[in-house]
Design a protein around this ligand. Structure first.
Ligand SMILES: [Zn+2]
Length: 347
């Protein structure tokens, strides 16, 4: 086994052999014990790289790094965010992860989350023609996050360019496309989408992204699952499930997408006070692989993970521990919520 690992490390350092690396990783890692981090700048990446051996020891074998606009995009340099990574830094992170037996999955958040608080992301700052609600909600008051318009002329090839560059920079074999908490969809302020079916518009965007990521680039595609869940049927609130008509989209998309089903609270905190995390069997029954995703509450992380594992389904991948800035890279390997979730899915 050690010889195989060494061979895989060597393979990872030779351009073009990453396909061999991922084949070996799959054989060795039937359970995915992952962490999701927001990458803010090159200094954060250096701290993350320094923590990789400890993370491997803690059982981590997948790292989802949310990059969004934080990369030195060449074709559309105007959308580079503050603190962006060079492509050499991106590639170095992948190599460091592979050397520690960790699969790296970059994330580019699509459709929603194009702003945060009063700050609008660089895409819609520089290309307001892609905005679902152009000219509306000054300083983003009255909304959660801006969305891009899935039907805006020129948007699809623009996003394809960004994704191509991200996949190439990280030598990625998978891409997480976000798609969570999309509230602005089929807006009355969009001349193209007004009056449209939110489920069909949402599924249409998922399918376009899938054609790019899976169809053209032969990568795996991951996304958050909340828009595929009906809030009233599952008992969850409108954040981790949908009240805005997108849930039927779950029947309109390819089954090879990995759905990251995120729930961070104990069941009695949800509006419907469900007696179990109903999304887990629901998404499995629809035919998807499911990656249950937790956050900072160790008791919830344990309960959610145990419920997932008890289903004994091979399409239940393991656990993804999100961080959302609650812990720095140096403390991640010993972070109690990570230990809690991983203990349910031991090596
Ligand atoms: Zn629109």
């Amino acid at each position: 086994m050690r010889a195989l690992f060494i061979a895989l490390v060597v393979a990872a350092s030779i351009p073009g052999l990453s396909a061999a690396w991922i084949d070996g990783w799959r054989l060795q890692n039937p359970i995915w014990r992952g962490a999701h981090v927001l990458v803010r700048n090159p200094a954060f990446v250096r701290d993350l790289e320094a923590s990789l051996p400890a993370l491997t020891n803690a059982g981590l074998n997948v790292l989802v790094v949310q990059i969004d606009y934080g990369l030195a995009f060449d074709q559309h340099p105007e959308v580079r965010g503050t603190g962006f990574l060079s492509k050499a830094e991106a590639h170095h992170l992948t190599e460091a992860c592979h050397a520690n037996g960790i699969r790296l999955i970059p994330q580019f958040s699509c459709l929603g989350h194009q702003s945060w608080s009063s700050n609008t992301g660089p895409l819609l700052v520089h290309h307001p023609e892609f905005d679902e609600t152009p000219g509306q909600f000054p300083e983003n008051k009255g909304i959660y996050c801006r969305s891009w318009c899935p039907q805006a002329p020129g948007l699809a090839p623009f996003v394809r360019d960004l994704m191509d560059e991200m996949i190439d920079a990280f030598d990625a074999d998978a891409l997480h496309v976000g798609m969570d908490e999309v509230f602005l969809l089929a807006s009355e302020h969009c001349p193209r989408c007004k009056g449209g079916d939110p489920a069909k518009l949402f599924a249409g965007e998922v399918n376009r992204l899938h054609a790019q990521v899976v169809g053209r680039r032969k990568c795996e595609m991951l996304m958050w699952a909340d828009r595929f869940l009906d809030a009233s049927g599952t008992g969850y609130g409108e954040w981790e499930a949908a009240k805005n008509g997108t849930a039927p989209a779950v029947d309109l998309i390819p089954k090879d997408i990995i759905l990251c089903d995120w729930h961070y609270e104990p069941l009695d905190k949800y509006p419907g006070k469900p007696d179990r995390y109903k999304s887990l069997p629901l998404l499995l029954e629809k035919g998807f692989r499911v990656w249950p995703s937790t956050w900072r509450n160790p008791k919830s992380a344990t309960a959610f993970s145990e419920e997932a594992r008890a289903l004994k389904d091979p399409r239940m991948l393991g656990t993804l521990v999100t961080t959302w800035g609650a812990v720095k890279p140096a403390g991640l390997a010993d972070w109690e919520p990570l230990r809690a979730g991983f203990s349910v899915w031991p090596k």
